[in-house]
Write a protein that binds this ligand. Sequence first.
Ligand code: FES
Ligand SMILES: [Fe+2]
Length: 423
Amino acid sequence: MLPREDNDLLTLVGPDHPMGKLMRSYWIPALLASEIPEPDCPPVRVRLLGEDLVAYRDTQGRVGLLEEHCAHRGTSLFFGRNEECGLRCIYHGWKYDIDGKVLETPAEPAGSTLKDKVRQVAYPCKEAGGMIWTYMGPKEKQPLLPNYEWMTMPAEKIYVSKSYQDCSWLQGLEGECDSSHLSFLHRSFTGDRPRGGGDGELYAADTAPTLEGIETDYGIRMLSCRKVAADKVYLRVSNIVMPCHGFIPTGGVKGNPEGYTIHSHVPMDDEHSLRFNIHFRRNRTIEPDERQHDEEIGPDFVKIRNLRNDYLIDREKQRRENFTGMGPIFLNHDACATETMGPIYDRSKEHLGVSDMTVIGVRKFLLNAARTVAAGKEPPHVIRTKEQTDVRHVACIATTIPASRDPKTYVVEQLKKDKYWEA
Ligand code: FES
Ligand SMILES: [Fe+2]
């Protein structure tokens, strides 16, 4: 269980709260690049860290992220006209560039200097990995963007999706921390390989894995070990990467050389979040059946199976097919597990066990980071130098190793090998 004060510290993301300040120390995913696909296309709404914003792509292809309400008298810029390198409010025609500079105030008399005295709140944006990233912290502290290997993948090798989560960002992130739920929530009874790959029989072979969280410069490296035979251990290595990302091995034991999957749980506000799924394959095109979420998420980013329709649970299938009766897609299982806790789960009510070791470790790491920021210091994994952008040591592994081997040493050896995982 977690004291109420710590629960608040971890979940409240407004600008005056430590976790809000922590989130505002990093570049975070804001929207899919495909939502604003071309110059002068319609703007879209974005809610992040309790702020209502509007994203648009100007005539030169540059992305702006502005406060939604016009600095003049508050009309929503979502309805604005995107024209000639600026977003123009439909009420009195004020026009803003991507930096929030007021370009024109056409309802004012000629020679008016009003436009020079006003600025729209605007956050800088960068495009990488199929997403638009933004930094919402103080200008003078703007860091560099880390160079995860998937940030520069060509479009055919990366698949990105986004869905709304009806709960705090932390509930989503904590779902990345306990490997033990793979043996239940995501387990199939029919022996089918989970869609998109996976090691179903290995998840089932040992339902009480040994978990270990190791603190690193980027967050927590998490090891889970399942004893799947007298002399064999199934080892999974995943990562919590600051401030809100889970890096997960996917595709099962055979999938290591191909790539991995990232789940980013970005707070929209205290009680809602975005889940970005980034799936990449290093040396091949993404297969159609890996574009798993196309049929699961509506064009409005609301999941077809959601909290309001009980995730379309099929009780008969729950008896015969898998734990959830909600089909094979992990996204829906995870959503049901985390959203049904309520908008912000009161962790003072929980009863933690050994299977929650890594959840506890991640919370501790995040609490320390939030307190560090609150004390005016720099939290972990804020990238300042070119060298620090090299983050190839964030490795994901799913493999079997001899029971006699020390998993930690094994992981270190693998990391020392080539640039990325070698089978
Ligand atoms: S409210 Fe936007 S121009 Fe007047
Ligand atoms: Fe999960």
